[in-house]
Design a protein around this ligand. Structure first.
Ligand code: SAM
Ligand code: SF4
Ligand code: SF4
Length: 420
């Protein structure tokens, strides 16, 4: 081996080492409460954000490319279209913006504090749109995107698809029509699938987030037709999101309709009134993850099942009166709750949910490998895998109001011996 070759191998080994070991361990260390006390929450957050936006982001992109290994998916995508990169922006807690969900399409289009039109029309956004038009979908996760796994994408030649591209190309889509606001992780719960402890932004962080509202978010919201709050924390548990929703009062946002994703604990008649949500919400999704109080107490740490049921009854009223247009319940499927999947469909029916969504638990940086292997029921090596596959045969799960998300895709891939 020549010296240059040796140096290159050593370099590659080092990058691999840093990429595979350091960030994850560091992130887990940073999440430790003792470390928080020692270094200070603000610095921890800055370091964590930097690690996530560099190493972890690269790792997610690499994983995404590796998942593009299924030929039937590639053949399917050749003639398909997706509107998301032509119509939406999603924000993240690390201050980046994406044109789809960052898990499904892990390539950002820029920093959130960039001037909105420059962000929307920058190089990265253009390249992503090109990848949709050339049928490669090379920035998309062929495993995590439900539109790809569920084969629900429209044809590229459909008149609606052509109209969306034309609108963008002729400059009519000056800014996104849909926003997903996920830049604050503050939440009243600490579900183990999501975080190791409760997170609430401190007052300085909240101030910075509120400044971002004035500079970027409100200008975007003036042009948008809909805004989803939130995929990161909780719309009712976060002070920043509550402030933002209160700012939407007045005539400046006549066309904007809200979509809320919440744990539902604080979504009661009082919360609805305080945020003046009447006639401004078109969709609500409540993440519940359990059909029984004992399971709920574990998977939704800090939540109270009785309180949830009271709030679900309030939501049923909103849905049946037509105040909200759609109500959905969701479950993150994991070892602790898979047996409750059929009962969860019944819970949805009891409270007038239009549909029930199941999604497989996803690896998060907070899990150790062992913790993830224990929770991830989709692996044929899991001791309860056969019972899980048996549960999936329950008639409730084939009802038309059930969205099985990527759960069956995991099973299909596992049975075909394809890496996930
Ligand atoms: C992070 S939460 C934010 C919104 C709100 N707090 C809630 O729980 O609905 C967004 C969604 O992510 C889901 N989620 C949490 N941890 C997950 C994991 N490890 N894998 C997949 N989905 C997860 C939640 O159940 C929820 O539906
Ligand atoms: S990841 Fe899925 S939803 Fe997102 S742009 Fe790609 S195909 Fe569309
Ligand atoms: S309620 Fe939502 S944001 Fe809060 S910890 Fe649970 S999953 Fe995460």
């Amino acid at each position: 081996m020549s010296e240059t070759e040796f140096a290159m191998r050593l370099g590659a080994w080092f990058v691999d080492f840093v990429d595979h070991l350091v960030p994850k361990r560091l992130l887990r260390l940073l999440a430790h409460p003792k470390f928080h006390a020692l270094i200070g929450a603000e610095r921890i957050e800055a370091i964590g954000g930097w690690i996530d936006n560099t190493f972890m982001l690269k790792r997610r992109q690499k994983r995404c490319r590796e998942q593009q290994n299924d030929q039937s998916t590639k053949d399917y995508l050749e003639s398909r279209f997706c509107a998301n990169p032509f119509r939406m922006i999603e924000t993240t807690p690390t201050g980046l913006a994406y044109v789809c969900c960052p898990i499904w399409l892990p390539t950002p289009i820029g920093r959130l504090d960039t001037e909105p039109e420059r962000l929307w029309n920058g190089d990265a956004a253009t390249r992503i749109r090109e990848s949709i038009l050339d049928g490669s979908f090379r920035y998309c996760s062929h495993l995590h995107c439900p539109a790809i796994t569920g084969r629900t994408l429209p044809s590229r030649d459909a008149p609606e698809s052509r109209a969306i591209v034309e609108r963008y190309e002729t400059g009519l889509a000056r800014l996104p029509e849909h926003l997903v606001l996920s830049h604050d992780k503050s939440c009243n719960l600490s579900c183990p699938s999501c975080r190791s402890s409760v997170y609430m932004a401190d007052s300085r962080k909240q101030e910075r987030l509120d400044e971002l509202s004035e500079r970027t978010l409100l200008p975007l919201m003036r042009e948008a037709k809909s805004a989803m709050i939130t995929g990161s924390g909780d719309p009712f548990g976060s002070k920043h999101f509550r402030n933002l929703i209160k700012r939407l009062n007045g005539g400046d946002f006549p066309q904007l309709r809200l979509e809320l994703i919440s744990n539902g604990q604080l979504l009661d008649r009082r919360g609805w009134g305080e945020l003046n949500l009447r006639n401004r919400v078109r969709y609500v999704q409540i993440s519940i993850d359990a059909a029984q109080a004992s399971t709920y107490a574990v998977v939704r740490r800090g939540g109270d099942f009785r309180r949830l049921r009271r709030n679900l009854a309030f939501l049923r009223e909103l849905r049946t009166s037509g105040e909200i247009g759609r109500l959905e319940f969701s479950m993150v499927v994991q070892t602790l709750n898979y047996r409750e999947m059929p009962a969860f469909v019944k819970l949805g029916e009891e409270f007038a949910a239009d549909s029930i969504i199941f999604n497989m638990i996803r690896q998060r940086d907070i899990f150790s490998r062992e913790e993830y292997l224990e929770a991830f029921i989709g692996s044929p090596d899991h001791p309860q895998y056969d019972a899980f596959v048996e549960t999936l045969k329950a008639p409730e799960l084939s009802q038309p109001n059930v969205q099985i998300g990527n759960v069956l895709e995991y099973v299909k891939r596992a049975q075909a011996g394809v890496a996930v």
